[in-house]
Write a protein that binds this ligand. Sequence first.
Ligand code: 2NL
Length: 330
Amino acid sequence: RERLQALQEEASSAIASADDLDQLRELKVKYLGKKGELTAVLRGMGSLSPEERPVIGGLANEIRGKLESLIAEKEEALEEAALETRLQEEKIDITLPGVPRVAGSIHPLNLIIEQIEDIFVGMGFEVAEGTEVEVDYYNFEALNIPKDHPARDMQDSFYITPEILLRTHTSPVQVRTLEAKEGYVPVRIICPGKVYRRDDDDATHSHQFTQIEGLVVDRGVSMSELNGVLLSFIEKIFGEGTEMRLRPSYFPFTEPSVEVDIYHPEKGWVEILGAGMVHPRVLEKAGYNPERYTGFAFGMGVERIAMLKYDIDDIRHFYNNDLRFLRQFR
Ligand SMILES: CNC(=O)COc1cccc(Nc2cc(Cl)ccn2)c1
């Protein structure tokens, strides 16, 4: 009897002080398991007298029941505590702002190039591209720019050898395309690309900039078609109702030549591109009979268009890769 009492005391306090489920499980095996201490007592009952056996057996079973419910309560309490701990540790504050996904974005120059390409492709133009390193013939000679013309001076162009240079416009691509078309019409192309000039580098000039030229050659192409194509382009880029005007100008490769202005609400009339009817000598050199075919061409600086459209004050922003600038074009 005393052994049972002592065992109950010992087991009850051990259960009460168990601080995790594993300990509790060990106690369950230790006291109530097949080789447990209580089971051992029950086995040892053979040595008791017949009148003592039922009393001790009853007491032992009573103790077993008590210990089992103590363990069950403790188990529940420990599970409760474990859940509470997890709820505390794994708690998340759903009102916190999400983690921003840093996404890339298209460079503003490429944005504008894509817009301009889409507009002209919508008017039946194809996009033609070519190398940035060119030879003198295609960059100057073929465009009716004679050897002694100022544009060919060393201070204006980057020469690699006396015959090889960085192209100063994308016109060479136009000429090469004309040659490839071998006199077939219609030619309707636009040529975007990087071009290089030795101007000094300042807020409005950069050694490297991006130009887009357009060219149409067919039978009976007229200045009025040029006018219509340009007006349609300007309305799409700068918005319906944008006013356009043409001023007489001069380029060696077009005759007549014009400079095209748009009316900017703050800046007034600003030049955005040059154009003209393709000079007969340029057609001839490219294999087109100027008696039979006529054409028009135009050229624009993409940075200039972008600066006007997005109100950018310094062309160098396009090349400094300052994220504060680039992020504005997400
Ligand atoms: C920024 N202003 C400009 O870039 C002005 O560029 C222009 C103006 C007029 C014509 C052209 N291109 C051209 C091309 C051929 Cl193949 C024949 C005749 N002309 C480019």
